[in-house]
Write a protein that binds this ligand. Structure first.
Ligand SMILES: [Zn+2]
Length: 118
């Protein structure tokens, strides 16, 4: 079982900032930037080729809501949505990265980021 299935099953703890019946949204523990967040479907899909359109549409809706939350609470200057498939994909369970961009990045621990975003 991959690490995201384990996180979804609560076998591994996570800094979850949003959850519904379809997705779980949590902080990346090896962030590229402060507030780096992952949106992961609860059902296992390997990648973009595997996932269904209805789930993808829901993921994008959640991405917009969470991006607004990140922008408001972390005052980022931009945000990049990234999603790797096959080569370059670290975990073989579909996940969408939300990576905030800053002109000047504040130094915050993951707990501090979690407290701002949860
Ligand atoms: Zn999985």
């Amino acid at each position: 079982m991959d690490i995201f299935c384990k996180i979804i099953n609560n076998e591994i703890p996570s800094y979850t900032i949003y959850e519904d019946e379809i997705v779980k949204v949590f902080l990346d523990v090896n962030p590229h930037a402060i507030g780096h967040t992952l949106i992961v479907p609860k059902k296992h899909y390997q990648d973009f080729f595997d996932i269904d359109e209805k789930t993808l549409t829901h993921i994008l809706k959640v991405a917009k809501e969470i991006s607004n939350r990140i922008k408001e609470r972390l005052n980022c200057d931009g945000i990049t949505l990234a999603q790797n498939n096959g080569l370059g994909q670290d975990v073989k369970h579909y996940h969408l990265h939300l990576i905030p961009k800053y002109y000047k990045e504040e130094k915050l621990s993951i707990e501090e980021v979690y407290n701002k975003l949860k």
